[in-house]
Design a protein around this ligand. Structure first.
Ligand SMILES: Cc1cc2nc3c(=O)[nH]c(=O)nc-3n(C[C@H](O)[C@H](O)[C@H](O)COP(=O)(O)O)c2cc1C
Length: 299
């Protein structure tokens, strides 16, 4: 397992985790940040579109695909990150059609070939992020295969391919997996508050947690959770702190993104006002802004 300053991480989030958001989460205490899933074919074709910075590290770069040779091409020489992760959990129709993501949960020989290829050619540790199974809970069988193939840790989002956020994350599967493999297990799923984070550590004995949806609206959750684990007390953030957080995001956006995309900036600002009074109206108003100045004025 790689060394991180704490074990509360930012999960891979497609269309969310741009470099500036990852840096914001790091500043808010995330022990490790993740890229969104990167399609192996896109990475090979247009590598310049995928970037991250030294000051984001420790960083997990996640790839999605189904061709071992493409994974080989993507991972070799990729030494500017700390972990390279295989996405074996994405349930979206287009990914499943391509044999990617959660489709690997029902083709374990292929998953094994991909992991072995990654382990052979990657200059950094390899990990795998899974759901607990395709239709039912197969996480032990899958976990043992991942371990035998040489991955250094497993992240488990304990839902099947068919279960959405309406079905509670099954932390008992994380506990079972943790007992069954020797490599570290990271829990993901329904970590929406610092109390959830503590409960998950207590119930599953996992080695780390990865926070997804909650971070999109509230990057403070990383340090707040770390504090809560130590003190059992919840921190409350003032309006000014939250306004400054949004301003900081905009500052990072200007400094680190290679392409200025107002829609992307607007999305993040709209997500980050969720904890304000009248958030829905604020969000709608931000959504209508045609310039950054208009967004700043609302904030
Ligand atoms: C908007 C969004 C994008 C996501 N993108 C990815 C992704 O690129 N790769 C991945 O492995 N999981 C992805 N996930 C799943 C999360 O990483 C996480 O496992 C899941 O949301 C459960 O955690 P949570 O309850 O803390 O959100 C995504 C989830 C959301 C909501």
């Amino acid at each position: 397992m790689i060394t991180t300053k704490n074990n509360i991480y930012l999960a891979p989030l497609d269309n969310v985790n741009c470099a500036s958001f990852r840096l914001l989460c790091k500043e808010c205490g995330a022990g490790l940040v993740s890229t969104p899933m990167i399609n192996t074919k896109s990475f090979i074709r247009e590598r310049e579109n995928f970037y991250w910075y030294k000051n984001e590290q420790p960083l997990l770069a996640q790839f999605i695909g189904s061709e071992p040779d493409e994974f080989k091409e993507c991972v070799q020489e990729l030494d500017n990150c700390d972990v390279i992760d295989l996405n074996a959990g994405c349930p979206s129709d287009d990914q499943i059609k391509a044999g990617n993501g959660a489709a690997l949960l029902k083709d374990l020989p292929l998953m094994k070939r991909i992991i072995k290829t990654m382990v052979k050619y990657s200059p950094v540790p390899v990990s795998v992020k899974i759901r607990k199974g395709w239709e039912e809970d197969d996480c032990i069988k899958i976990g043992l295969l991942i371990e035998a193939a040489g991955a250094e840790f497993i992240t488990l989002h304990p839902r099947t391919k068919f279960e959405g956020y309406g079905t509670p994350a099954d932390w008992s599967a994380v506990k079972k997996l943790k007992k069954s493999v020797k490599i570290p297990v990271i829990a993901s799923g329904d970590l929406l508050t610092p109390e959830n984070v503590k409960e998950c550590f207590d119930k599953t004995e996992c080695d780390a947690v990865m926070i997804g949806r909650a971070a999109i609206n509230n990057p403070f959750i990383f340090r707040d959770s770390e504090d809560y684990l130590k003190t059992n007390e919840l921190v409350k953030h003032s309006k000014i702190e939250r306004i400054n957080l949004i301003k900081r995001f905009i500052e990072l956006y200007h400094k680190y993104e290679k392409r200025y995309d107002l829609a992307e900036l607007r999305n993040h600002c709209a997500w980050l006002v969720k904890e304000f009074k009248g958030a829905r109206k604020l969000r709608d108003n931000i959504g209508r802004c045609k310039t950054e100045e208009e967004i700043l004025k609302i904030i």
